[in-house]
Design a protein. Structure first.
Ligand SMILES: Cc1cc2nc3c(=O)[nH]c(=O)nc-3n(C[C@H](O)[C@H](O)[C@H](O)COP(=O)(O)OP(=O)(O)OC[C@H]3O[C@@H](n4cnc5c(N)ncnc54)[C@H](O)[C@@H]3O)c2cc1C
Ligand SMILES: Cc1cc2nc3c(=O)[nH]c(=O)nc-3n(C[C@H](O)[C@H](O)[C@H](O)COP(=O)(O)O)c2cc1C
Ligand code: SF4
Ligand code: SF4
Ligand code: SF4
Lengths: 440, 446
């Protein structure tokens, strides 16, 4: 068995560094003013709309009182990925969307930015003073293998390590973080923030074994032999391509990954018109990123109507604010190349049946990712759509000692869902071991 | 347009607003700018034997982001030569003959009082204000609040001033007393033409936890200061009202303490003030606050059919009673406007923990006590029997509702609700007639 611990490192000169934060960090003065507006609601609706159920009024009150470390502790106790969630969560659809101020003066509390402030400041304080927010418990003699080093596994491993268990994360890539590092839009979070967070999470005692693909380099069965439990956090599988291919045609996630992580990556010179196929959040992300990179005309081609797009309203508004255009009712047919270069994308107008061409130098496909676990042969029961079936209260799979969380169980949701799964699974394992011990 | 002019024991002013004695009235140049902005009068920074000040000398208390809710200072009286002050006062009066110019004075001996009053009159002042209020620095030297707290000394000095002065004499009272009527009666009894109140309240505004120093800090050490600003308004209102309703006090009252808006001023006027003085709000926001102080008051008088400031003055005084004269049979209950409610449930928490456990929410079982009271005999379980209250049919999931039969009408919920007008207190008609505690006690005594 090959085990290599690759130190998490990113290429310098990444294109993502060009992007500015859409929601920049607060100064303490700004954070305090915002925090003081929070009403400290009873049975707060914002908390109910946070998948990790962070005690939001409590941590905001702690920012207001100047207890920033306490605020961060409140956040991390529920969500070890509180720092990245603060940046990437679609808060408009979650906590902020539920804030009671929505019904009053339409100026809801900026919960995400406050969370970023608390977690950033507290982690900076840790580095400056050496005083840790959390100290791991004494070893309890249990060890867990986690497959994939995305948000789900990182959260699970951190909770386990703090409870005194050994947590070994097997990651096929060289760097941890999963889509948090390679996928989320760079105006929300840069890859380096995701890596810094992963490093912080691992610093509580978990181990990263990078460059090892489970199923290929090491078998799933051998993990079950060696460990007390296994957590599956492999995310989604390959992207769909609609059989469109050739120069200038990209899978959106590959293009985003290149922008975020590749050294000296740049859009080919002369890209002036781009077409993005899709209507979900990934389509919105890549369309906005291309527009921000200076592509003159970016058109989203969606096969149904605007109202039917699965993208969040605020993401579409965000893309539009950079001049992104929308063409509705277009079913992609083929790509047209001329002189070895992309020339246009051909569509059928579903309402008229007519065929049209949209001229473009770049085509990005954002039509979803498949859920696929076949390669791993973990033997766990899967739902009809390919997602891993888990017990809703424990995240345990159909196979004993095997747990799962994140995109591979929900088919592709948010980082915060993965963070919640990681905590719930870790607690379920700990509870099970405790019961075993008490029972015999 | 209502008539904003006032005549305060002979001192005329185009509007009831005067700058209180303090930093905004330090110099002629400042007072002239204030008069240009529209202030009706100014009480000059207290004159006396020039002193030496320490630094820093101010401190402020911010509440939940609201800056300078309370303010403190350890500044003394003027630190500029008397001759310069009088020269500038004369120039101000000459240029602004229609504004009220009042000299605030604080000296020790009878001869010093005679001298400084003469010089004030020579400078053209319309009146003098005896500063018996400063609670720090000057009182240690037997002046300021050391005088204001001793009715006999206060009476004696007031009578000197009355004897020497041909212009109206105002006495500025300190709030650092048990009963404001004592110095108030002493002042009018010895000839004061008017009373100004309040001066600042003895206080420590805070502690610097890094340097372990009371604030404001003077080189790592601190002392108590004089508290003022918006936070002291309720104390000042009470003292003004207490003097205003006492039949023995006929002298007009110049109200001071936390006035920031025309509404504050209107409240002081309604409780019996005849003029208004402002210090902290000007230090915080500048002379230009006079614009809305004037416009807002004028608008208020017009809207309420009052032709002059005098018509407002004292309107609320007859309704300011002792507790024992209030009606024990009056009843109100809280009413929640479900359409305005944003579902924060602050009222629920407040009534549950801080009032009478009669606001309920629909989803959760109610944690209020629903068992029989045990009159302190045994241990009372925290939640004896969580009850599912039956919510009114129309109510929205997060809108709380009030159990009217249980509501005692304390109005805590109304106060904590963040949405203006969402919770109101509705009068409930009761059959029994009005009866106060004093009436009840008299009834049983008979
Ligand atoms: C373009 C894009 C933008 C997004 N933007 C947002 C956003 O703004 N906000 C938000 O909350 N969410 C966003 N998401 C979703 C979010 O990134 C995911 O929900 C989240 O990362 C899921 O975490 P995970 O741990 O389940 O999986 P992943 O993040 O996918 O991590 C899985 C990890 O497992 C590794 N792996 C897979 N198979 C193996 C194997 N056999 N052996 C070893 N390692 C393996 C992978 O290399 C990867 O590192 C976005 C997703 C995409 C694609
Ligand atoms: C910095 C400062 C200095 C003051 N100096 C004097 C003074 O010299 N003489 C005086 O009678 N009152 C003085 N006062 C008290 C004010 O005139 C006034 O009575 C008090 O501040 C309450 O009013 P306010 O709440 O509008 O500030 C001073 C107040 C402050 C804040
Ligand atoms: S709903 Fe809004 S105001 Fe209420 S606790 Fe949450 S963030 Fe604060
Ligand atoms: S405090 Fe006001 S807004 Fe909040 S729940 Fe109660 S009635 Fe509604
Ligand atoms: S008035 Fe007092 S007792 Fe009545 S509902 Fe409000 S808080 Fe409760």
């Amino acid at each position: 068995m090959t085990k290599s611990t690759v130190s998490p490192r990113l290429a310098p000169n990444r294109l993502e560094r060009f992007f500015e934060d859409a929601k920049p960090a607060y100064s303490y003065a700004e954070a305090r003013i915002e925090a003081q507006r929070c009403l400290n609601c009873h049975d707060a609706p914002c908390v109910k709309h946070c998948p990790t159920e962070i005690d939001i009024p409590k941590f905001i009150g702690q920012i207001a009182s100047g207890n920033t470390r306490g605020a961060a502790t409140t956040i991390f106790e529920q969500n070890m990925l509180g720092a990245s969630c603060a940046r990437v969560c679609p808060v408009e659809e979650m906590c902020v969307g539920a804030c009671v101020y929505q019904g009053f003066n339409d100026q809801p509390i900026a919960i995400g930015r406050l969370q970023r402030h608390a977690t950033d400041e507290a982690c900076a304080d840790e580095r400056a003073t050496g005083r840790r927010l959390f100290t791991p418990a004494a070893p309890i003699g249990r060890k867990v293998a986690l497959v994939g080093a995305g948000p789900a596994s990182l959260a699970c491993a951190a909770h386990l390590a703090l409870a005194g268990a050994q947590a070994d994360i097997y990651e096929r890539d060289g760097v941890p973080g999963g889509l948090n590092t390679t996928g989320v839009a760079p105006y929300k979070m840069k890859a380096e923030s995701s890596l810094a967070e992963a490093e912080w999470l691992l610093s509580h005692g978990a181990r990263l074994i990078a460059g090892v693909a489970v199923g290929t380099d090491i078998s799933f069965a051998s993990l079950l032999d060696e460990y007390d439990a296994v957590f599956i956090g492999v995310g989604l599988a390959e992207v769909r391509t609609l059989d469109l291919d050739g120069p200038g045609v990209w899978a959106a996630t590959d293009l985003i990954r290149a922008i975020k992580t590749e050294q000296r990556f740049a859009l080919p010179p002369g890209v002036r018109r781009a077409v993005v196929i899709g209507g979900g959040n990934t389509a919105m992300d890549i369309a906005r990123e291309l527009a921000m990179l200076g592509v003159k005309k970016v058109t989203v081609a969606f096969r149904r109507r605007e109202a039917e797009m699965s993208a969040y309203a605020h993401e579409w508004v965000g893309a539009r604010s950079y001049g992104v255009l929308l063409r509705e009712n277009l079913r992609p047919l083929a790509v047209v190349h001329r002189d070895g270069a992309l020339y246009a994308a051909r569509f059928e107008e579903t309402d008229s049946g007519r065929e049209i061409e949209l001229a473009c130098d770049l085509l990005a496909l954002a039509v979803g990712q498949d859920v696929g676990m076949q390669a791993m042969e973990a033997g766990v029961r899967q739902n009809a759509n390919g997602t891993v079936w888990v017990d809703p209260t424990t995240r345990r799979t159909s196979v004993g000692r095997v747990y799962a969380g994140g995109d591979c169980i929900n088919g592709g949701r948010e980082v915060v869902d993965a963070a919640a799964d990681g905590r719930i699974a870790a607690n379920a394992m700990l509870a099970e071991w405790k019961a075993e011990k008490n029972g015999g | 347009m209502a008539d904003l002019r006032i005549n305060f024991c002979g001192i005329e002013s185009p509007n009831p607003y005067w700058l209180a004695s303090g930093p905004p009235t330090n110099s002629g140049e400042q007072v002239m700018r204030a008069f240009d902005a529209g202030w009706g009068g100014a009480v000059w920074k207290t004159l006396g034997d020039p002193i030496v000040n320490v630094n820093s000398r101010f401190g402020a208390m911010d509440i939940a982001g609201a800056k300078v809710a309370g303010f403190t200072n350890i500044e003394l009286i003027t630190d500029r030569p008397l001759a310069v002050n009088f020269e500038e006062m004369a120039a101000v009066k000459k240029r602004y003959p229609d504004r009220a110019l009042i000299a605030s004075l604080m000296v020790e001996s009878r001869s010093e009082w005679r001298e400084i009053i003469r010089r004030s009159e020579d400078a053209g002042c319309d009146g003098i204000e005896l500063n018996f209020g400063c609670p720090h620095g000057m009182c240690e030297r037997g002046m300021g609040s050391a005088v204001g707290q001793e009715p006999r000394v206060l009476a004696e000095i007031t009578s000197w001033a009355r004897e020497f002065s041909s212009i109206p004499v105002l006495v500025k009272l300190t709030p650092n007393v048990g009963d404001i009527l004592e110095p108030g009666l002493a002042a009018v009894g010895s000839g004061a033409d008017g009373l100004s109140l309040i001066n600042t309240i003895k206080s420590v505004i805070g502690v610097d936890l890094e340097r372990m120093t009371p604030l404001p800090a003077v080189s790592g050490e601190g002392t108590h200061g004089g508290y003022c600003g918006p936070a002291v308004k309720p104390i000042a209102l009470h003292m003004v009202g207490a003097l205003s309703r006492d039949a023995r006090i006929a002298a007009p009252l110049s109200a001071i303490g936390g006035v920031t808006t025309w509404r504050d001023a209107a409240e002081f006027l309604a409780l019996g003030a005849a003029s208004i003085q402002v210090c902290t709000a000007v230090m915080h926001k500048g002379y230009r606050i006079i614009e809305d102080l004037v416009e807002g008051l004028s608008e208020f008088l017009d809207a309420n059919g009052m032709a002059s400031v005098g018509e407002l003055s004292g309107r609320a005084t007859p309704n300011f009673l002792e507790w024992g004269d209030l009606d024990l049979n009056y009843r109100v209950v809280a009413d929640i406007d479900a359409d305005a409610c944003i579902g924060c449930q602050l009222c629920y928490t407040a009534c549950l923990d801080g009032a009478h456990q009669c606001i309920h929410i629909n989803q959760a079982p109610c944690h209020a006590w629903h068992g029989e009271p045990d009159h302190g005999q045994g241990v009372r379980a925290r939640v004896a029997n969580p009850v599912e209250h039956e919510a009114p049919a129309q109510s929205d999931a997060r809108v709380p509702w009030v159990d009217e039969a249980e509501c005692i009408g304390c109005n805590l919920c109304e106060l904590v609700c963040p949405v203006p007008g969402c919770i109101t207190m509705r009068e409930v008609s009761v059959d029994t007639r009005r009866q106060s505690w004093n009436e009840r006690v008299r009834g049983t005594a008979l």
